[in-house]
Design a protein around this ligand. Structure first.
Ligand code: NAD
Ligand code: 6OD
Length: 484
């Protein structure tokens, strides 16, 4: 597949569009493949195919029959595991171990989990006694119809399948657009889906840029819902686009997440935890903590320990031994991150470590690397503390007491997650109830059980996905009330 043209997949057929653009490897700037860009007519064909599919045999399939397909898709990804790993690595430059331990296993787990959930789901009912009889109320979950799925580049196949799997499990048909930065693994998934014989039109893949192909999809009158993961700004644009028709949306958006280290924390575990939450995938995870608050009694020691561990991280090529961090996803994204590195200094930050592009003196100099960076000394109103950077960086600030740090954590436009480090469980429970986010992690970060609700508050999103929450998101829930 790679080095060739990445096709669209519409109505069960692979199609090369008339226009292509380059898919660039951020490790060396070389072209990996050409991406077929879907035009307005091709997007309309995909939506039409999805509509026919959802009104055809797919719409009559039982949850158990749909689950069978999802399991076959999971098996198909597993059978081509290393091809998926290679696709993720080529598009993102991430370490091979990361694609092997996170991205591809999670794509498999997403299909298996939602197969299990839809196949085993038992609905709700209740009875009401009346003066002259009874009411039996029960809920029916129907597919929403045609779902537009739009996903970002940071965890390409993980986030793409996180939406496609439950949308199909709930009986919908989908038209999906992965990020233009990372189209390869979604194209492989289309091959897997084709090979398992999913009825044509149920899954459609379109490639292209957001402002063109993405907008053709979200403005199409015949989509029923948009499930989007990406920046808050794009989420807001899409929300306006579908507002007049009051279409369903599910949004997983940006974050400016906090990690809070209390004085009673297991110090070493907290340092390791914050190292991971700030720099995992080179800071390109929406849940990464770019704001770190450490109790003043351990502040200096913590900064020193995190600096030492950060400087020991290995920045290297994807398959290098011992690699911890790869480059950023693109040279354009590096420019954005470097803009914030400059801004941090202008705003008066102390650069504890990093803050620039590394010089290796070898082939890594061709890649979109930046050094993992720690700052201190900024005031709470600094832009660097309030705007999402999405790179390997964090600012560490001291705090004095629980109420004060809670207020500072909540003083954000975003509300995706917060990780807290403490050995006092009462404090953890108290804090968790008051922090205004969708996800709290206590003494851990990005630990997942796919049955749990996932999503953000404030500008970090709308709705929750995961487990039954995803089935609800992708279903029209109808209550049937019968008098007897
Ligand atoms: P982005 O918003 O630029 O792009 C995301 C997707 O939207 C891409 O496929 C893009 O082509 C498409 N798009 C862009 N403009 C569009 C438009 N006008 N109409 C339709 N589609 C459009 O985001 P990104 O840079 O790819 O991803 C990084 C962002 O995603 C960060 O803000 C990050 O926090 C967020 N994110 C959030 C979560 C979450 O679960 N909350 C997960 C991953 C990433
Ligand atoms: O793990 C997940 O299910 C998920 N939605 C992760 C989001 C990561 C953001 O970058």
């Amino acid at each position: 597949m790679q080095c060739g043209i990445l096709p669209l997949y519409i109505d069960g057929k692979f199609v090369i569009s008339g226009h292509t653009f380059d898919n660039i490897n951020p490790v060396n700037g070389e072209t990996i493949s050409l991406i077929s860009e879907a035009n307005e007519v091709q997007v309309a064909s995909a939506v039409k195919a999805a509509r026919s599919a959802v009104e055809g045999e797919w719409g009559d399939f039982s949850p158990a029959e749909r689950a069978l397909y999802l399991r076959k898709i999971a098996d198909g990804i597993e059978a081509r595991f290393e091809e998926f790993v290679a696709a993720e690595v080529a598009d993102t430059g991430r370490p091979v171990y990361l694609a092997r331990t996170l991205d591809v296993p999670r794509a498999i787990a997403n299909f298996r989990t939602f197969a299990d959930i839809t196949a085993s789901f038992v609905g709700e009912s209740c009875e009401t006694k009346l003066a002259d009889g009874h009411l039996l109320n029960y809920t029916v979950r129907k597919p929403l119809g045609v779902i537009a799925v739009i996903s970002p580049w940071n965890l390409p196949i993980l986030l793409f399948s996180w939406k496609v799997a439950p949308a199909l499990a709930a009986g919908n048909a989908v038209v999906c657009k992965p990020s233009e930065e990372t189209p390869s693994s979604a194209t492989l998934l289309a091959e897997v889906i084709d090979s398992v014989g999913l009825p044509k039109g149920v899954f459609n893949l379109i490639h292209g840029r957001g402002a063109t192909t993405g907008a053709y999809l979200t403005t199409h009158p015949d989509i029923d819902a948009v499930s989007f993961t990406g920046s808050s700004k794009t989420g807001s644009t899409i929300m306006k686009t579908v507002a007049d028709d009051v279409k369903e949306v599910s949004f997983e958006l940006g974050g400016k997440n906090a990690a809070v280290v209390f004085a009673d924390a297991d110090f070493d575990a907290a340092v390791e935890g914050v190292l991971k939450s700030s720099f995992y995938n080179s800071g390109q995870v929406c849940m990464c903590s770019e704001r770190v608050y450490v109790h003043e009694s351990i502040f200096e020691r913590f900064v020193e320990a995190l600096k030492e561990k950060t400087e020991a991280l290995s920045l290297n090529l994807p398959d290098a031994e011992g690699v911890n961090l790869g480059p950023l996803v693109s040279f354009a994204h590096r420019e954005k991150v470097l803009g914030y590195f400059k801004l941090a200094e202008q705003e008066g930050a102390n650069v504890i470590t990093g803050g620039k592009v590394p010089t290796f003196g070898d082939e890594r100099d061709k890649g979109a690397f930046v050094l993992p960076t720690i700052w201190t000394g900024l005031s709470d109103d600094a832009r660097v503390i309030n705007e999402e950077i999405f790179g390997p960086c964090c600012h560490i600030a001291p705090f004095r007491d629980d109420d004060e740090v809670l207020k500072r954590v909540n003083n954000s436009d975003y509300g995706l997650d917060c990780s807290i480090w403490t050995t006092d469980l009462s404090r953890a429970h108290r804090f968790s109830r008051k922090v205004h986010v969708g996800i709290v992690w206590v003494n851990t970060w990005y630990s997942r059980d796919l049955r749990t609700p996932f999503g953000g508050a404030k500008r970090s999103g709308l709705g929750r996905e995961g487990g039954i929450f995803s089935l609800n998101t992708y279903s029209e829930i109808t209550n049937v009330c019968v008098k007897f």
